[in-house]
Ligand binder design. Sequence first.
Ligand code: FAD
Ligand code: NAD
Length: 467
Amino acid sequence: MDKYDLVVIGAGPGGYVAAIRSAQLGFKTALIEKRGTLGGTCLNVGCIPSKALLDSSEHYLKAKKEFEIHGIQVSDLGIDFPRMIARKQEVVDQTVAGVDFLMEKNGISVLEGRGSFVDANTLTVNSADGKSEQIQADRILIATGSEPASLPFIKLDGDRIITSKEALELPALPERMVIIGGGVIGLELGSVYARLGTEVHVVEYQNAIIPTMDRTMGKELQRAMKKIGVKFHLSHGVKEVLNAGDKAVVKADNKKGDEVTWEADYCLVAVGRKPYTEGLSLDNAGIAVDSRGRVEVDAHLRTGQSHIYAIGDVVKGAMLAHKAEEEGICAVEHMAGQKPHLDYNLIPGVVYTWPEVAAVGKTEEQLKADGIAYKTGSFPFKASGRARASMDTDGVVKVLAHAETDEILGVHICGPRAADMIAEAVVAMEYRASAEDVARMSHAHPTFTEAVKEAALAATGDRALHI
Ligand code: FAD
Ligand code: NAD
C-alpha cells in the first residue's frame, strides 16, 4: 500500500494549491480527484468559464452599443453562440491543463477516482473504470468543495430547470430565462444572457440584489443592469417551478401576496451552494459535520482528528476560490508546524458584472449593527475623466472609516475594473491605513483608481477635489 505524508481529497483551487504548498514544504503528496480534470468547480464549471462568457458577451454589447459612438463602423454584427461556448471550453481546457503541469512539476501523485475514508489514516480511491486502490496517509486534507443548492420544491433536471453548470453550456441562445436568486451567480450569468439579447428575469426573495453586500452596491448595480434590459422582481417568494416540456414555468407570490407566473426557455436556479461530502464516509474517520452539512473545523482548520484538516467550500465561510486557496496554504503550513494567519475580514468579494462590484471589510449595515461610529466618503465614476473616456460612468466608490481614528473599515466599489481596484483597499486595510493615508497617496492620472483616492478624500472631511 502506498504511503504519503499528506493526501489531499479534491483538486479545486483549495486542494490543488494546498498540494503545491505541501510539496514545497517537502511532504510526499498525493491529490485525489474524481472529476476527469483537475481544477474543481472553479476552473471547470465556475470562475473561469463564467468569466470567459462574461468577456465574450461584454465585447458583443460594446460592439453593438458603443462602437458607433467611438466612430468605429461594424457591419453584419452577429452572435455565433456555439463558437462562444467553444471558446469558453478552450479557455477551460488550457487552464486545467496548466494544473496538470503544476502537479507534475511539483512531483505530486495525482490519483483519479473518488476518495473515501476506510479509517482515520486509510483511504480508498475508486476510479470510474471500476478499479480500487487503498493508500495510507499521515495527514489528510478534505477539500471536496460544494454543489448547487436548490429549494425543497424544485427538482433540478438539467433540462429546463438548470444550475450554473448547464447555463455555461447551453446548446443555443435562449429567448427567455428566469433566474431564481439575485446573488452572484444569478447576476453574472444573467448579465451574459441579457447582453446577448435574452429576456432575463431575476426573481429575488429579499428586497435587494446582492443583499449581503453593502446596500449601496446593490442599488448601483441594479440601475446599471436595468440598462441592459434585465428585469428585476424583488421581494418575490418563488413557490413552484415546473418543466412543461418545451418551457419552464415559474410561479411566485409578490409582496402583496398576488401570484405572478413566468414562462421561459430555462429557469436557472441560483439560490446558493451547499457543501459536498457525498461518498467520503466521514463517519469511518470520526469526522463531524454541522447542521448545514459543513465539515466542522477549529481556528486552524483542523477537524476533530488532529491530523485531518478541511478547507474551502466544504467548511464554513464565504464560498470563494481565493478563500479556499488561502485556507489550503494555512492548513498545510500549520501541519508543517508553522504559524500561518488568515484575516477573514480582509478577503475581498467580487461580482464580475459590468460595472463590477468589489468589496472588502465591513458594510455600512454591519457597522451600524455593531454600533461602530464611522464616517463615509463616496465618489461617483461619472466624475472620473478616465471613466468618461471609456464610457464607463456607472457606479461609485464608497470608503468607510472609523469616526475617531480614521482607520479604513470597509471599501465598496461598483464600477469599471472594481475587481482589480479592490486590491489597493486590501493592502491598505492589511496595514491598517487611515482614509487620510490613501487620500495622500499619489494615484496615476488618468486611472479609475483616482476614484478610490477621491472617496478617501471625501471620507476625511469632505475634501474630494473633482466633484
Ligand atoms: P471545488 O472547486 O468545488 O473543488 C472540489 C473538488 O473536489 C471537485 O473537483 C470535486 O470533483 C472533488 N471531489 C469532491 N469529492 C471528492 C471525493 N470524494 N474524491 C475525490 N474528489 C472529490 N469564486 C471566486 O472566488 N471567484 C469567482 O469568480 C467565482 N465564480 C464562480 C462561478 C460559478 C458559476 C460558480 C458555480 C462558482 C464560482 N466561484 C467563484 C466559487 C468557486 O468556484 C468556489 O468557491 C471554489 O471552487 C471552491 O474551491 P474548493 O477547492 O473548496 O472546491
Ligand atoms: P448567493 O448566496 O450569492 O445568492 C443567492 C441568492 O438567492 C440570494 O440573493 C438569496 O437571497 C436568493 N434566494 C435564496 N432563496 C430564494 C428564494 N426562495 N427565492 C428567490 N431568491 C432566493 O448564491 P449563488 O449566486 O447561487 O452563488 C453560490 C456561491 O458561489 C456563492 O457563495 C458565491 O460566493 C459563489 N460564487 C462566487 C462568484 C464570485 O466570486 N464572483 C461567482 C459565482 C459564484
